[in-house]
Design a protein around this ligand. Structure first.
Ligand SMILES: Cc1cc2nc3c(=O)[nH]c(=O)nc-3n(C[C@H](O)[C@H](O)[C@H](O)COP(=O)(O)O)c2cc1C
Length: 206
């Protein structure tokens, strides 16, 4: 099923979905492959297409990853306590996802060949820049099929342990995120609140 969304609607309503993930509905293998095939159309700095996606559906592996995620999310939520309403809302959503991450039917871990430790900034930019556009394309393709996703990085604090769980060759391959994937509860999403454009756009010079 493809949702009836214009390109602008797709780009403005692909939200960080944490509370509205349907934990009871399986995600079909071929739908995930369609999204990943679209992701492959993104640009990469290397002609060799040095990206990888680890798609985790095995319940034990998801539980182990969720454990690593929670271990970082917990202290983060403690530290970030604030009276700001938006903060409180996001904090609640993160808490909810932390409690249910193991139940989210699919975890996608985008990876890229190479490591950034001790590399110059330009090299780091091209390594991350080779996978992040593809991963975002995956998230857009997922949204267009009624799936919700959220870019998360908590588990990367335990990247080596996650690599062991999944058999990723840590010395050669960098994980960049853990994207929970599930059908959404309802398909209506609104554009997010963003700062005025002129606070972040610089015409001709900063
Ligand atoms: C680099 C990056 C790291 C993020 N890490 C996490 C994370 O570890 N956990 C989480 O719940 N959300 C994480 N997020 C999601 C952001 O909190 C989310 O994109 C932001 O709140 C905007 O939400 P919105 O698109 O619904 O407006 C991350 C997003 C980015 C881009």
């Amino acid at each position: 099923m493809i949702l009836d969304l214009s390109p602008d609607e797709l780009l403005s309503t692909t939200r960080a979905v944490r509370k509205r993930l349907d934990l009871t509905r399986a995600v079909e293998h071929d739908v995930l492959e369609d999204c990943l095939r679209l992701a492959q159309q993104a640009p990469t700095a290397s002609y060799s297409q040095n990206w990888h996606f680890v798609v985790v559906t095995d319940p034990e592996r998801r539980a182990a990853l969720a454990e690593l995620w929670r271990d970082v999310a917990g202290p983060y939520l403690e530290r970030r306590q604030s009276a700001n309403a938006q903060f409180v809302r996001i904090g609640e959503a993160v808490r909810h996802l932390a409690a249910h991450l193991h139940e989210v039917p699919v975890h996608v871990i985008p990876c890229v060949e190479g490591r950034v430790e001790d590399k110059p900034a330009a090299w780091t930019a091209s390594i991350y820049g080779s996978i992040i556009p593809a991963a975002w394309s995956f998230m857009l393709a997922a949204r267009s099929r009624g799936l919700g996703t959220v870019w998360t990085t908590f588990h990367l604090m335990h990247e080596r342990k996650a690599a062991e769980i999944l058999g990723i060759p840590y010395e050669q391959v960098t994980q960049v995120a853990l994207i929970p994937v599930a059908y959404t509860i309802g398909t209506e999403f609104k554009p997010g609140r963003r700062k005025p454009l002129d606070t972040m756009v610089h015409w001709d010079r900063w």
